[in-house]
Structure formats: structure tokens, C-alpha cells
Design a protein around this ligand. Structure first.
Ligand SMILES: [Zn+2]
Length: 352
């Protein structure tokens, strides 16, 4: 069950309850300042109405920057919900055209040399099947990860340089067509500072906010208002620390030592370790789907080394220590109680 055996988050939830109880839209997390502007009341519901899932399946949409991101962030959650009968959709913003071959075994692969983008489409189709989810490409060009000092300009026409209204339009269209109750995306830092990840965050927030407003994004379908927005915490330091400690305790070497040492550094505000931007509010029990997650990751053969970091600790060991995937609830248009064990908490109950 996804909703049982859940440990309370020891970071404690950001206080939904600090907000006025009558507020129909709950700001949970930390927002960029321009995201706190009040929503116009005409498209803020007080309870699920037209988008009531009472007579239809629950739907979950995950927004990702590149093919492979869906397999490394929230994959077991998606597989678990799909197995429950939830309709799960992955939206991939770019084709990953500017990625490199990161698996040594694929470096001499002729297909990867000739048509990396084409091969990544095949990889994505295989990963989608492993998770049993739906998938759509949003059609933008990979921006690449700029490197050097000074950093080079981003390439003309890439996703990260698109005006927001243009970049978000395909996702708004998909939201209005697929009609998700819950959207998952990255935080404002993108999880790591790849320009496509930061842009994926921006378009997800824009779509969450705008898709329910019939006056916005005309020509992209009938308005649909998603009810909850989460940021994934795939690289939650607590998880890596728990896995690291368990390995050391068992007398084994830890592949996470270097990463954990980096977190011991202070951040720019003097927090030691660096303060997380958003706390964990929601943990999804999905350990039974770690093997499906790993198969999805390995489907991205050009991007993932099967002997690499992601597979350094086997699924069974991970399941014993941290059988969850972690999320921050950022906005909710339904009442919910934190911490949560279900992305649809407050949606199921409100309609029961
Ligand atoms: Zn990516």
C-alpha cells in the first residue's frame, strides 16, 4: 500500500496550517517572489468540481527536461501509481539532442554516433514500457549544459532561450488534454543547474497556474485546473545519508561518501549543512518498484552506465533502508494534512 507504514518526516512540513483556513489555494513551499501573486478568484475552486475524478481515474503528470530524467527522478512512484490504476503521463520537454554518451559501453555504438537523438527516442520508449506510463514529447531543442569560464552563450533556438509563454504552451495543451489532478516537477534550481531543468520547472509552474484559466493560452483546449503541485526530492540528502550509514554499519564501502562530504560544506547563507530549499512533505512507499525503476534507467543505454552510481547499492538493500521517494508539496487547491503518504491525499478524500 502506498499509504501505510510511513515515517513522519523529521524535517517537518512547511506549515499549510499557517495559512488562512479559508484560503482555497494553499502555498506550501518557498516561492520565487513573482509566484506569490494572487490568483484571480474566478478560476480558483474551493473544492474539486468539474475536474472531479469520482467517475474517472486519478491522473498524474510528471514534467521532465530530458529523456532519462523520468527514470532517475520519481520513477518508482510513477510505476507504483500506474500499478494501482492511476493514469500516469511523462512529459519530456526536449529530445536530449545535446547530451553526451555517458555509458562507456556505448561510446563506439554506431547508432549513437550517427543519430543520438533518434536513439534516445528509442531508449525513452523502452523506459516508458518498463514503468507502464504514457509519454509525450513537448518538442523543444536541448540547450546543452554550458561549460567553461566564461560560460558560452546558449545555442540559438534552444529550450532555455524560449520565451516562457511559448515554452509553456505545449505543456498547457497537454494539461488541458490529459487533465492531471497532480503535477510533479523540479524545484526552481532544477535539481541541478542545467538550463533545461530550470526551464522545465518554469513551464510546469506556469502550466499549473495557467491551465485552469480559460483566458490564458487560447487555442490550447478547454481549461483544466490541476489540484496539487509537487517538486521531487530525488536527491534528498537524508536518503543518501541513510543509505551511507547502513552500508558503513554493515562494514561495506559507501559510494555516497564523496557526495555526503560535499553537503557538509556551508551554503551561501552560512547554513551547515546547506539548508534545503523545500522540506519533504510527502513520502511515497514504492520500494516494490525499485527494480522497474532500475530497468527504466538502464533502458537509457547511452546515458546510464549499468556499473555506475545509480546501481552502486542494489534495490533490495535500498528497500530495507529507504523504501520511499520523497516530494515537497508546493501548492494545493485541496485541503490536506502534512506529512502525506499519497500524492492524491485530499483529492481522494474530498470525493469519497
Ligand atoms: Zn536532464
Amino acid at each position: 500500500m502506498l499509504t501505510e507504514n510511513h515515517p513522519a518526516s523529521d524535517q517537518g512540513p512547511a506549515a499549510c496550517q499557517d495559512l488562512p483556513q479559508c484560503s482555497p489555494l494553499h502555498f506550501i513551499g518557498v516561492f520565487p517572489s513573482d509566484f506569490r501573486r494572487p490568483l484571480r478568484s474566478r478560476f480558483v475552486p474551493t473544492a474539486p468540481t468539474d475536474n472531479s475524478p469520482a467517475r474517472e481515474p486519478l491522473r498524474l503528470l510528471a514534467v521532465h527536461a530530458h529523456p532519462d530524467d523520468e527514470a532517475s527522478k520519481g520513477a518508482a512512484t510513477m510505476a507504483a501509481y500506474a500499478a494501482q490504476g492511476v493514469e500516469v503521463m511523462v512529459a519530456t520537454c526536449t529530445g536530449g539532442e545535446r547530451g553526451s554518451v555517458l555509458n562507456p559501453a556505448m561510446e563506439s555504438n554506431a547508432g549513437a554516433k550517427r543519430d543520438l537523438a533518434g536513439l534516445r527516442r528509442t531508449e525513452m520508449a523502452n523506459a516508458r514500457r518498463e514503468l507502464n506510463v504514457q509519454h509525450r514529447w513537448l518538442g523543444f531543442m536541448d540547450s546543452g549544459l554550458p561549460e567553461g569560464d566564461p560560460l558560452p552563450d546558449l545555442p540559438f533556438g534552444c529550450f532555455a532561450l524560449e520565451p516562457l509563454s511559448h515554452a509553456a504552451a505545449p505543456l498547457v495543451r497537454l494539461v488541458r488534454r490529459f487533465r492531471p489532478h497532480v503535477i510533479i516537477s523540479y524545484d526552481e534550481n532544477g535539481g541541478y543547474p542545467h538550463p533545461d531543468h530550470i526551464m522545465a520547472h518554469k513551464v510546469a509552474v506556469e502550466a499549473f497556474e495557467a491551465a485552469g484559466d480559460p483566458d490564458r493560452y487560447p487555442g490550447t483546449g478547454a481549461a483544466w485546473e490541476p489540484l496539487k503541485l509537487y517538486y521531487d526530492r530525488a536527491f534528498n540528502p537524508e536518503r543518501f545519508r541513510a543509505l551511507h550509514d547502513a552500508l558503513i554499519e554493515a562494514g561495506l564501502s559507501s559510494p555516497y561518501a564523496e557526495r555526503i562530504a560535499a553537503w557538509a560544506e556551508t551554503d551561501t547563507e552560512g547554513h551547515q549543512p546547506p539548508a534545503p530549499t523545500h522540506p519533504t512533505t510527502t513520502q511515497i512507499q514504492c520500494g516494490d518498484f525499485f527494480e522497474a525503476r532500475d530497468r527504466a534507467l538502464k533502458s537509457h543505454r547511452t546515458q546510464v552506465d549499468p556499473d555506475g552510481f545509480f546501481f552502486a547499492v542494489n534495490a533490495d538493500s535500498q528497500r530495507k533502508v529507504w523504501p520511499w521517494e520523497d516530494y515537497s508539496l508546493i501548492m494545493s487547491r485541496v485541503q490536506t494534512e502534512l506529512p502525506e503518504t499519497d500524492l492524491f491525499a485530499g483529492i481522494r478524500a474530498g470525493l469519497g
